[in-house]
Design a protein around this ligand. Sequence first.
Ligand code: UD1
Length: 358
Amino acid sequence: MPSNPIVHVAGARPNFPKLAPVVAALDQSGVAQRLLHTGQHYDERLSGVFFRELGLPEPDANLGVGSGSHAYQTAAMMTALEDDFLSTPPRAVVVYGDVNSTVAAALVAAKLHIPIAHVEAGLRSGDRAMPEEINRIVTDSIADVLLTTSSDADANLVAEGVAPERIHLVGNTMIDTLLRLRPQFDRGAAARLGADGAYVVATLHRPSNVDDPERASTLVSALHGIAEVATVVIPLHPRGGARLREAGLAEHPRVIATDPLGYLEFMGLVEGSAAVVTDSGGIQEETTVLGVPCFTLRSTTERPVTITHGTNRLSAIQTVVAEVAEAVAAGRPADWPVPELWDGQAGPRVAERLLATL
Ligand code: UD1
């Protein structure tokens, strides 16, 4: 039924910059689209500000699911999505990344026999203790069209038995958003927050880093060590922010802890930084394109291309202070590679593939 809409499902902050270029590119073709927000992220600073700054249309529906355990949240999303898909049957469902909203929508669509496209398919950390890894594996195993950001993802999918004709290397739609909005980055953010001179941006929100008070306290000691070398600006995600504060995060005079920032503010801050310390997935990719040294406080990454073709490296609490100090002293690299097809044109490639296949 060609007049049925292509339905995009998103719900959490990292979905929004990946989705915007696909919606914009499909708009050009005049195809009917709907945008469903599951409500996984509901704070203005994790959701509303992104819709405005990215120029996303208001969602056609917000399912208002909110927070809860993984089972509760995923189940509530599935129930609400099933109602929506039954009342307005999609021509296809497009899901993004690896959050609970992604896997919930894919499961519902699969059982209603609706074709599924997964943007950012094939990434694997190999660490099944990460909820996102489970979401990636399940989503890819039931998606019909697997749109990848890098050739390592293609190889992962082939190794899992996915037929090569279902895999399409399209590049990175999140980087489309970055390149489009770069002229508008808020370059006054650092000064407004009180950072002068060389500064380091930190973001930490993974359960493996912030859920355990002992681990959080060791992380805070490392951030204080980095603050001896450069001011540390750390926008706090609601998950774990309180734990990091309880561990004494803000007690160092050169640590600036803030609420979550909007897209333009945060990207302006990162673009002007001497280095980034993070456990985020997306920031590993954004720093790669911006040429900012990135130290990922994890033992694995699902984005190895940011190490082989970018400025990212895996780091440990024991070594991160010395590594960041070295990077700050060395200054930003003059030249660095950028992965293939991270060129600002991934959205149109996704749209073309969706229209050809679904
Ligand atoms: C989710 C994603 C993660 C992504 C992150 C980016 C999953 C499994 N994880 O993690 O991959 O990197 O988003 O932000 O989907 N909360 C608020 N306000 C909100 C939303 C959440 O205060 O608008 C708080 C609640 O206490 C909630 C906690 O944050 O329980 C965790 O939220 P949740 O959506 O479950 O996971 P994130 O940690 O945000």
